[in-house]
Design a protein around this ligand. Structure first.
Ligand code: DGY
Length: 325
């Protein structure tokens, strides 16, 4: 059976697929393969392992109804039309859990970097602007005993909350559709309405999936309710914030700073004004980019392919194998 991989993945995943006797092809060109080209290629394959922001919409799925699985090497599946996959009986797998710690570390890093203007200071040294020690310049914010507001407190948010509680004794508040009993019990987290979270938080961190309800959730109105001393962090999906509104909120001092691992669009243009703001730290969507985490993600994505091709239940399914649903 033949498997197509949309971008090179860690060797552990490749080896698992080869050891399972599968014939694999990896797209390794340094450009995004256009979806229509990909659809054409996939007519010769039984499964696709998707790494990267491939748009798997209804047209894609209807054109590839023969596929046994779309195996995502990501926890997020906002790029896939799940309803269409379900209707067409195409299994969809993802890789939750294994990237929670690494992604929480990235959010924590961005929070610290923004609070101390770290990325900007680094650039200033490179520009030759480190001349003398000025007691009134380069002042940042401290995080001790502040309030962390998490929007979408799941596995990643929980890991961030643990870090912030342990390192800075931060008070944790969160906004979710349901409660998170584990976070309430272990971290004293308190569930609050969205507006209350905006008003009370010193750091707001986004960990929600991108859905029609959360698209553009952080807009002018939301930023206007945050503290002028607050920091906005997004390591989830760029579509959850409105980038123009974020820029305006930072320029006007409506909020103090921001840390982004996700932008809208991706990649971010090199002349984006956010990149020159002292209180802003931006990373190129590297939340899960550690050796251990990417190996684990590749392993689950490969395992899901093998299971689907054997007609067995996926290890992690967004849409379970049709014979077993
Ligand atoms: C995920 O797993 O969803 C990461 O954001 C990588 O896309």
């Amino acid at each position: 059976m033949k498997v197509y991989i949309t971008r090179n993945i860690p060797e552990v995943g490749i080896k698992m697929l080869k050891d399972a006797g599968l014939d694999i092809t990896v797209w390794d060109e340094k450009r995004h393969q256009p979806e229509d080209e990909l659809i054409k290629v996939l007519q010769q394959y039984d499964a696709v392992l998707v790494s990267g922001p491939v748009k798997v919409d209804r047209h894609f799925l209807e054109s590839c109804q023969h596929l046994k699985i779309v195996s995502l090497m990501s926890v997020g599946y906002d790029n896939v039309d799940i309803e269409a996959a379900r209707t067409l009986g195409i299994a969809v797998g993802n890789t939750p859990g294994v990237l929670s710690g690494a992604t929480a570390d990235t959010a924590f890093l961005l929070m610290l970097a923004a609070s101390r203007k770290a990325f900007h200071m680094h650039k200033e040294i490179i520009r030759g602007n480190w001349h003398f020690w000025d007691p009134t310049a380069n002042l940042g914010l401290e995080l001790g005993n502040r309030t962390l507001g998490i929007v979408g407190l799941g596995k990643i948010g929980f890991e961030l909350a643990k870090r912030c509680r342990g390192a800075y004794n931060m008070k944790i508040i969160y906004h979710n559709r349901g409660t998170n009993p584990e976070a309430e019990k272990e971290l004293g987290a308190v569930r609050v309405p969205f507006d209350e979270l905006l008003q009370q938080s010193d750091v707001v961190s986004v960990h929600t999936a991108l859905t029609p309800e959360t698209k553009g959730l952080f807009n002018k109105d939301a930023f206007s309710k945050m503290k002028p001393s607050s920091i906005f962090i997004n390591t989830a999906r760029g579509g959850v914030h409105n980038e123009e509104d974020l820029i305006a909120a930072l320029e006007s001092g409506t909020i103090w700073g921001a840390g982004l691992d996700v932008t809208n669009p991706e990649p971010m243009a090199a002349d984006n004004p956010l990149l020159n703001m002292p209180n802003v730290a931006v990373l190129p969507h590297i939340g899960s980019a550690t050796v251990d985490t990417r190996n684990a993600m590749a392993g689950i994505a490969a395992k899901n392919v093998i299971l689907a091709l054997r007609g067995l239940p996926l290890q992690h399914a967004v849409v379970q194998n049709k014979h077993l649903a």
